[in-house]
Design a protein around this ligand. Structure first.
Ligand code: ZN
Length: 222
C-alpha cells in the first residue's frame, strides 16, 4: 500500500486539467477522497469485521462501487451547472479509485475487493511491479520508492496535461486572430449546371468551410 502519496493523483489531475476545470477546493476534496478508503481500518479496530473481511481493510472502500458512490455524491452536491456537477463527480470518483489502484501495484499485503457490492472477494492484479517486500512502511526507503514509482509518473502526467492545455490555448489564440471562413451556401445552381466534377469540387470546398467554421466556433469557446 502506498503510505505517503495517496493524495498525489488528485493534485496531478488538477494540475493537468487546469484551475478553470478543477479549483483548489475540488482539488482538496479529491485529495481527501484519495486518502479516505484507508479509514476502513476503523471498522477493523471497532470490531465490525475481520481484517480480510468485506468490510475489513481493503474491503468495500477499496472498490469501484465505492468510487462510483463518492462520484455520485459529488455530482449530486447542489452547486454549479449540470456540466460542472458531472465533471466534479467524475473527478472525485477518479481520485477515490486511484487509491485501490495504487495499493494494488505494490507486491505486498492483501488485495482489494474491487467488485463490491457485486462480489466481496479480494482480487489481485497480475502485475504488481512496485517492489515493497522487505521494506518498513514508515522508512526513508519506502518514501523514496513511492516517489520513484508514483511521484515521477504523476509528475509526467501533470506536465503533459499542462503542455496540452498550453498548446490548446495557443491554437485558440491563432484561431481568434484568423476568424473562420463564412459557411457558403451549398451547391449553387451554376455548379449544378456545370456537371458532376464541378459539383464534387464545390461539395469538398463546402465541407472544408463547414469544418473550419466549426473549429473556429470551438476555439472561441476555449
Ligand atoms: Zn488502502
Amino acid at each position: 500500500m502506498a503510505t505517503y502519496l495517496h493524495f498525489a493523483p488528485a493534485v496531478a489531475l488538477a494540475v493537468a486539467l487546469g484551475p478553470r476545470r478543477v479549483g483548489w477546493r475540488l482539488m482538496l476534496a479529491g485529495a481527501v477522497c484519495g486518502v479516505m478508503p484507508d479509514l476502513d481500518f476503523l471498522s477493523v479496530m471497532l470490531g465490525f469485521d475481520r481484517y480480510s473481511g468485506t468490510y475489513g481493510h481493503r474491503g468495500f472502500t477499496h472498490s469501484l462501487g465505492f468510487a462510483l458512490l463518492i462520484g455520485l455524491v459529488g455530482a449530486l452536491w447542489p452547486a454549479g451547472s449540470w456540466r460542472r456537477r458531472v465533471g466534479r463527480g467524475a473527478f472525485l470518483a477518479l481520485c477515490t479509485a486511484s487509491h485501490p489502484l495504487l495499493d494494488s501495484l505494490f507486491n505486498v499485503h492483501i488485495c482489494s475487493a474491487w467488485y463490491w457490492p457485486l462480489d466481496g472477494q479480494r482480487h489481485c492484479f497480475g502485475w504488481r511491479p512496485i517492489p515493497a517486500r522487505g521494506l518498513y512502511m514508515f522508512s526513508q526507503e519506502w518514501l523514496l520508492m513511492e516517489l520513484r514509482w508514483i511521484g515521477v509518473p504523476l509528475l509526467v502526467l501533470a506536465n503533459v496535461g499542462m503542455l496540452l492545455r498550453h498548446l490548446g490555448a495557443r491554437w485558440a489564440g491563432w484561431a481568434r486572430r484568423n476568424p473562420p471562413h463564412p459557411v457558403p451556401v451549398p451547391l449553387t445552381t451554376t455548379a449544378e449546371a456545370q456537371g458532376p466534377r464541378a459539383r464534387r469540387r464545390q461539395r469538398v470546398r463546402y465541407m472544408n468551410a463547414v469544418a473550419l467554421a466549426w473549429m473556429g466556433r470551438r476555439a472561441q469557446r476555449l
